[in-house]
Ligand binder design. Structure first.
Ligand SMILES: *Cc1c(COP(=O)(O)O)cnc(C)c1O
Length: 462
């Protein structure tokens, strides 16, 4: 019997799912705020950097939003993605649980990220935009956006966190192949970059700094917009195609998960995979009403488990509006763990709200235990996971081991967010026993928290 369960391509979802719809009208998400005026951010704060098509989705109350034909056509290069039963892993663990993974690594750039990159490039193209700027950490997002921009004939300019630019040359090559231009950040091409370099010429960079540079470049030119690969509502929305496909696939095999798991950097793959299930639970339509939703993050950047739920900026230079989210502070620079895609100080406001309201559970793991899980996965299932993905695998394995103790036959499902073919240095370090676990960065977090903006949410104003 084949392990692979693949939908015929006709069954690709044609609408995205918006979790915000479940919260209205009684419990709306807190608005982004302009920190200078202490007022909700207006369109004038965002129109210079995002296309209208994307901004409308960012604030949309609708439950279902049509996926444009042009977007579906490109997604169909690799979608629908397989939902796979990890039988060999189950056997190896000796668990009575069933483990499934949704394989998002089959996209051309190798992760879930092009699901939103293609959609964002499309809306920019439709509005006559010629250039898109962005930031990238490990290079996953930069390569996904370069791929998508190339499909629509838009120029892509990527500010890549300097330490990754130097350590991960092959992601850069991939961006170049897809016509992306790559600049190590902090750079001297922007004011925010120059300011950081003046204070610290050897600064290794951070996602927060790279975002400041990319946003500044978009503000500077009318035909240039900015694109974010995670965190914002429209990104979560575009990623829900993952969970919607999974729901159909589980229907086909007459199963349904007891727990759904995803790793979290800014929250998009986790939200994309789990929000459609969470929505079913919130509407009382889940086949298993007690389905649990678990977010997994690194101990070195423990936003959901150790951060505060407060208004903060999305970037280091405070160019973005402030958002209510779990944060470690916008100038927190996390340790150089290999899961570069999980090194972000904040998290999606929508996911943060769900964690704050206990709809979603959050756990944190050290990188060594995640690599151990990744290598176990590679040796049983054959696929080599991205270091980010290994966090979800660790949590899924731990759930399966709990079932082994209790004898429960649960169905566990996690999102396999990407492959690790460009992250082999981390595997070398792990196999050579050279990988270090970072202690919880208490002091750095305390310092950074002191710089949170003072913002009064509208609901608390008289
Ligand atoms: C970027 C990335 C992540 C983290 O980003 P989210 O927005 O939290 O999904 C996770 N896995 C992979 C493979 C990535 O490239």
């Amino acid at each position: 019997m084949s392990n692979q369960i693949i939908l015929p391509s006709r069954e690709m979802p044609t609408k995205w799912y918006n979790l915000v719809s479940e919260l209205l009208p009684d419990n709306p998400p807190a608005p982004p705020m302009n920190a200078r005026t202490n007022q909700p951010a207006g369109p004038e704060d965002l129109i210079p950097i995002f296309p209208m098509g994307v901004l409308e989705q960012e604030m949309s109350p609708e439950r279902w939003i049509d996926i444009p034909e042009e977007v579906l056509e490109i997604l169909s290069i690799w979608r629908p993605t397989p939902l796979v039963r990890a039988r060999r892993l189950e056997e190896y663990l000796g668990t009575p649980a069933k483990i499934y993974y949704k394989n998002e690594s089959v996209s051309p750039p190798g992760s879930h990220k092009p699901n939103t990159a293609v959609a964002q490039a499309y809306y920019n193209k439709r509005e006559g935009i010629k250039n898109i700027t962005t930031e990238t950490g490990a290079g996953q997002w930069g390569s996904a956006l370069s791929f998508a921009c190339n499909m629509f004939g838009i120029n892509c300019l990527v500010y890549m966190v300097k330490v990754s630019y130097e350590q991960k040359p092959y992601r850069k090559s991939l961006m170049h192949v897809w016509n992306g231009e790559v600049i190590p950040s902090p750079s001297n091409t922007t004011n925010s970059g120059r300011r950081v370099l003046e204070m610290d010429p050897d600064c290794p960079g951070s996602l927060g700094i790279a975002i400041s540079e990319a946003v500044e470049a978009a503000f500077a030119d009318e035909k240039t917009k900015y694109s974010l690969g995670s965190v914002l509502n429209h990104v979560m929305l575009h990623q829900t195609i993952i969970g919607l496909e999974s729901i159909k696939q589980f229907e086909q095999i007459d199963d349904y998960p007891d727990v759904v798991i995803g790793c979290v950097g800014g929250g998009s793959n986790m939200a994309g995979f789990t929000f459609p299930f969470l929505g079913q639970r919130m509407r009382g339509e889940a086949k298993k009403p007690g389905i649990r939703v678990v977010a997994v993050e690194p101990t070195a950047c423990p936003t959901l488990t150790k951060g505060v739920y407060a208004y903060d900026f999305g970037d280091q230079a405070q160019m973005t509006p402030a958002m209510l989210m779990y944060t470690l502070g916008h100038d927190f620079i996390p340790a150089g763990i290999h899961a570069g895609g999980l090194r972000y100080h904040g998290d999606s406001p929508l996911l943060s709200k769900m964690v704050n309201e206990k709809e979603v559970e959050a756990v944190a793991y050290h990188q060594n235990e995640c690599y151990e899980a990744a290598v176990t996965f590679a040796r049983t299932e054959g696929l080599l996971p991205a270091p980010e993905t290994s966090h979800a695998i660790r949590a899924a394995i731990d759930e399966a081991l709990k079932c082994k103790e209790t004898g429960e036959t649960k169905t566990i499902a996690f999102n396999y967010s990407g492959h690790g073919h460009f992250d082999l240095a981390g595997y070398d370090n792990y196999l050579d026993g050279k990988l270090v676990d970072y202690a919880y960065p208490e002091e750095a977090i305390r310092k950074s928290m002191a710089n949170l903006p003072k913002i009064t949410p509208p609901s608390m104003k008289k």
